[in-house]
Design a protein around this ligand. Structure first.
Ligand SMILES: Nc1ncnc2c1ncn2[C@@H]1O[C@H](COP(=O)(O)OP(=O)(O)OP(=O)(O)O)[C@@H](O)[C@H]1O
Length: 314
């Protein structure tokens, strides 16, 4: 886990806090009653099926959408306040660049728009991908455009980086390179990252915090080190063609049967039956079980639950 001293000294342990956050499009709620927080310095994954509300949550966190209910704070300040706006950078799925502008012109624009601009870092990110500074954005490959977009958001030197499926259009080698770049830049500067992704193996490798959304509701949130050990994979022999009744003394996230055998992911609520085979799940197995079982009881670790506003400001 990375050092968060710089962020803590800057005023708060929490890079992002949401209380009762909701967003409605016409009559349908895309996000409903979401309360959670992300500590400063984490690489956090935002996971969920298509339409779960991930892009909506990221746009709310970046102040690009207005909430229909609740509030979002970035480093303790409401997201629309100038103090908060200077501290985040957002990269949407479409990675908007100006086709006719060269890479160098994009970086110059970044410099002019952002008081804390780090030209050296932005150029380093571009050059390390052999992207020519004089090339026009319209002539770049998808991977090269992603690299320039990364240079623009990292050049801003944000405390919080909000990334909506940042690597979706990259080939596996470029994905690997951009993932490593993201981790090293974030570690060097203590940046908090919240990124949506559908690639669970990538999340397992990169992220130390997870938020799982489904149907606009928060299903799972917290440090992977806290959440994963709360779960056990169990398997054994079925009883009367179904999982054993004693399984229900635990919180069952997912259970499956095949012939005379059952397997399940449970949150332990006491000793487990010694007749069952037990194993520790990986982060990927825990995420997959929650994604496959939208009806499973939600779980927010103590770190992820925001305190009431009065307590927070006390
Ligand atoms: N501008 C909009 N107008 C109306 N409905 C919208 C709008 N944007 C999103 N929605 C709806 O809100 C819900 C959440 O959408 P959102 O794009 O946030 O999901 P997502 O988790 O990012 O999905 P994906 O993984 O497919 O990108 C969906 O039901 C979607 O149809």
């Amino acid at each position: 886990m990375r050092d968060t001293t710089a962020s803590a000294a800057a005023g708060t342990r929490w890079a992002l806090e949401a209380r009762g956050l909701g967003r409605r499009y016409r009559r349908a709620w895309a996000l409903k009653d979401c309360s959670f927080r992300v500590p400063a310095g984490r690489i956090a994954a935002l996971v969920g099926p298509n339409g779960a509300g991930k892009s909506t949550l990221l746009a709310l966190a970046a102040g690009l959408l207005e909430p229909s209910a609740g509030e979002v704070r970035v480093f303790g300040a409401p997201v629309t306040e100038p103090a908060a706006m200077a501290r985040w950078a957002y990269l949407g799925q479409d990675k908007p660049l100006f086709k006719r502008f060269t890479v160098a012109e994009h970086l110059r624009m970044g410099q002019e728009l952002n008081p804390g601009w780090d030209q050296e870092a932005a150029e380093r990110i571009v050059r390390s991908g052999q992207v020519p500074l004089q090339a026009r954005a319209g002539d770049l490959s998808g991977g090269q455009r992603t690299r320039v977009a990364f240079a623009l958001v990292f050049g801003k030197r944000p405390g919080l980086l909000l990334l909506d499926e940042p690597m979706a259009d990259l080939d596996p080698v470029a994905r690997d390179e951009m993932g490593a770049l993201l981790l090293s830049e974030a570690a060097e500067h203590g940046t908090t990252v919240l990124m949506s992704s559908h690639l669970l193996s990538e999340i397992e490798d990169m992220c130390d915090y997870v938020l799982v959304l489904d149907g606009g509701r928060m299903r799972l949130a917290g440090e992977t080190d806290e959440l994963v050990p709360m779960h056990t994979l169990v398997s054994g022999v079925t009883e009367q063609d179904g999982p054993p009744a004693s399984l229900n003394t635990h919180t069952v996230v997912e259970v499956r049967t095949a012939g005379r055998h059952f397997s399940a992911l449970v949150r332990r609520e006491g000793p487990l039956d010694p007749a069952w085979q037990l194993s520790e799940p990986s982060t990927e197995e825990v995420l997959l079980a929650y994604l496959r079982s939208p009806g499973a009881p939600p779980l927010l670790s103590p770190t992820a639950v925001p305190c009431h506003r009065k307590e927070a400001s006390a």
